[in-house]
Every structure is written in C-alpha cells, then in structure tokens.
Write a protein of this length. Structure first.
Length: 287
C-alpha cells in the first residue's frame, strides 16, 4: 500500500506542478526594501507521506530520486544526496508524518560560526552555502543545533549541502519546489509573520486537531521553517529541548574566556586558504 500510494501521489504531485497546487500566502519572494524573512509552514496534520516534496526537491537540485519510503520505526536522514526527507511516526494519535530539512534559523549558528561567510543568511530569509567562499572547516556542521549541513565525504570536490529553500527559484519569483508540488497543501510559503498568523488561526479554529505549539516560532531564537502537529513534537522526533535564545549569542564573551591558540587558529586557517588560492591562481597562469 505504501508504494502504491506513493506512486499515486507522485503522479498527482507532478500534475500539481502544472496546476500550481502549491500554496503561498499572498507573498512575492522579492521586494525592494523588503526586510521581512520568508519561510515555510509545514502542517503535519495534512501530510499524507506521498514524498512529492522529496521528488520535487531531487529534480530541482539535480539529485537522485529517493529509493526508500517513510516507514514507522525507520528514521530517514537528510544527507548529501537528499535535502529533505519525510518520516513516519507511530504517535498517541496514530501514524503521523513529519518533513525534515534545514530550519533556516532567523539568527543561524552556522552563519555565525562560518569564518568566511560561506554559510550566509540572506536578506530574503533562506540560509545558503556559497562554495567560492568555503575553506572546508565544517564549523557550520558542528554549530548547527538541527544537524542540517552535510558534507560530501566521498566527492573529489566536496561541498556542504543542505536545503536552501530553493533560493534561485525565489529570485525568479517562484515558490520552493516542495511547496509548489505538495498535492495536500501541507506546505505553505509566505512571510514569517503571515505564516505564524496562519498557524495560530488553524490552532484557534481547530483546537482538538492541533497541539497548541508552533515549533520554530521561538526555538533557537526563531526559525524560517515552522511546524504544526496533532501531537507533542517530541513524538515526531523534533528536539523540544532546543533553547529559545539564538545560538550565536552563546559566543558572546568567547574571546574573553578561551586560550589564545583557539582564537588564532581560525586566522591561521584563513591564511592557509588564501595562500592556497594564490598558489592555484599562479599555477593556472603558468599553464
């Protein structure tokens, strides 16, 4: 039944790309002088586990199609080949699905930890990785409380990969691929303010359906991806012990408390990176 259902909704999801089944709350991705972040609201009460979001994400980013399906007891993780996954959990209200991807924090720890600003919080909201600036230190991976950035360990030219909320599509005036292709409208795109308002309205209008909690409204200082659920979020594998203070604030006072070697080490890495770039440039000139 799982495979048949997946194939059925996959076809429906492809059709949705033509019929524009994706939903956005009156938001246009780019505005001059716009300072409000855009984000995504995921409603697990509407998700049917069809994986249309996964297939759309894979196609949009040139990644392999998912080969496995959501199964209770099997936790599928994002990795260098898939930027979003849907998992199934047996909860106090039966089987519930949950979509996982980068949370696009309002004040991301990965951005604060990145010495070269390769991991970058855009003014539109998505957190993106800029390969030309990366020196490969992987501080972003260590610092992320949601374990989102992944490293291509088996690649000759490794990259840091994660969901970037389809940033290039947003710049073209389109919605993220997962939003556009969700046949159940479990994923909504809009400004963070609109999404929180929508989420609160759903909880208020259907208090017996939803847990009275918008995950991501305050977690880690607030995130661009927000969740609604019929059950407490720990039943869906989300970390409910995430602090509400933005993680970059933990670094305040850092320079006053750590040994000098740790302060100088990043500068040394930066120097090595620049020297390597210069040597590579000279080698290309001499070819």
């Amino acid at each position: 039944m799982g495979i048949d259902r997946r194939n059925f909704f996959r076809v429906l999801g492809v059709t949705g790309a033509t019929l524009t089944l994706g939903k956005k709350l009156g938001a246009k991705p780019t505005h001059k002088n716009e300072i409000e972040f855009y984000g995504i609201l995921y409603d697990s009460t509407r998700c049917v586990g069809c994986q249309s979001c996964e297939y759309a994400c894979a196609e949009s980013n040139g990644l392999p199609e998912p080969e496995d399906i959501p199964e209770v007891g099997v936790i599928r993780q994002t990795d260098e080949t898939r930027r979003t996954v849907v998992n199934a959990y047996n909860t106090s209200k039966g089987e519930v699905y949950i979509k996982r991807q980068c949370m696009h924090c309002c004040q991301p720890a990965c951005d604060a930890a990145c010495l070269t600003q390769a991991m970058h919080k855009t003014k539109e909201g998505p957190v993106i990785w800029r390969g030309e600036k990366c020196m490969g230190c992987r501080y972003c991976m260590v610092s992320c409380p949601f374990d989102s950035p992944k490293f291509e360990y088996h690649s000759a030219n490794p990259k840091i990969t994660k969901c970037d909320m389809c940033f290039e599509r947003l710049q073209e005036g389109k919605m993220p691929a997962c939003v556009e292709n969700c046949p159940a409208e479990a994923i909504v795109f809009g400004t963070r303010r609109e999404l929180i308002k929508e989420a609160r309205n759903r909880i208020y209008e259907n208090p017996d359906v939803y847990e009275d909690h918008i995950y991501g409204e305050h977690e880690a200082g607030g995130t661009g991806v927000l969740y609604l659920s019929p059950v407490p979020f720990d039943e869906l594998g989300l970390n409910t012990k995430i602090q509400t203070t933005p993680y970059p604030e933990l670094s305040k006072g850092f320079l006053y408390s750590v040994p000098t070697v740790f302060v100088l080490w990043p500068a040394l890495l930066l120097g090595i990176r620049e020297a390597t770039k210069n040597n590579q440039s000279k080698e290309r000139e001499n070819e």
